[in-house]
Design a protein around this ligand. Structure first.
Ligand code: IMP
Length: 196
């Protein structure tokens, strides 16, 4: 594959997708680099639907294959909240220090074994011939009792990975990409694209 567009404006995601996909695709452009500026309303009920909404919207503006992702945090004790609404939980512009503190508060008194959670990532591809592919992967963890670590973003400081003995905010970027929902989903998508 010569060229593809990744439907995001997030520089961190672009870096990650480039490092994982570089041997599959020669040129990977962000929407901005491809000169596409659209805002798709992510009103799907699943991560896959939202990723497809974004990828389809961008695919209307380019002959190249388009990839898009959607992700979120699911906390079992909260029946899967914040889930697909992770970015909008307590308001899109609310600082994550407040969102994280609120989630810790809602889990007050909940023991370790009931603090299970996962980050989920779906990636969609819309190909020039109209074919659509979706993949999904996760990373399992526990919601911590306090914020820990200064790396990453969003809910990383409260997402503790027992096997690593650290939150995802305590991992380096490379370490996180090895184990994260997004890293794993990107590698699944890479395999799908190779098999076309
Ligand atoms: P997006 O679909 O990648 O924009 O992610 C939606 C939301 O899920 C983000 O705004 C974060 O709140 C949360 N999220 C997704 N992935 C991660 C992660 O790796 N660390 C922390 N929070 C995440």
């Amino acid at each position: 594959m010569k060229r593809m567009i990744f439907a995001t404006g997030n520089a961190g995601k672009m870096k990650e997708i480039r490092s994982i996909m570089e041997d599959t695709c020669r040129e990977i452009l962000s929407m901005k680099e491809a000169g596409i500026s659209i805002e798709a309303e992510e009103n799907g009920k699943t991560y896959e639907e939202n990723a497809l909404i974004k990828a389809r919207a961008v695919a209307h503006h380019t002959p190249d294959p388009v990839l898009a992702d959607d992700s979120g945090l699911e906390i079992d004790f909260l029946n899967g909240e914040p889930g697909v609404y992770s970015a909008r939980y307590l308001g899109e512009d609310t600082p994550y220090s407040i969102k994280n503190a609120e989630l810790i508060r809602r889990l007050e008194g909940v023991p370790d074994e009931k603090r299970t959670a996962r980050f989920v990532c779906a990636i969609a591809a819309v190909l020039p011939d109209g074919r659509e592919i979706t993949v999904r992967d996760t990373i399992e963890g526990l919601i911590g009792y306090e914020e820990k670590g200064g790396n990453g973003f969003g809910y990383d400081p409260i997402f503790y990975v027992p096997e690593l003995g650290k939150t995802t905010a305590e991992l380096t970027e490379e370490e996180k990409n090895q184990v994260s929902h997004r890293g794993k989903a990107l590698r699944l998508m890479k395999e799908e694209l190779k098999n076309l």
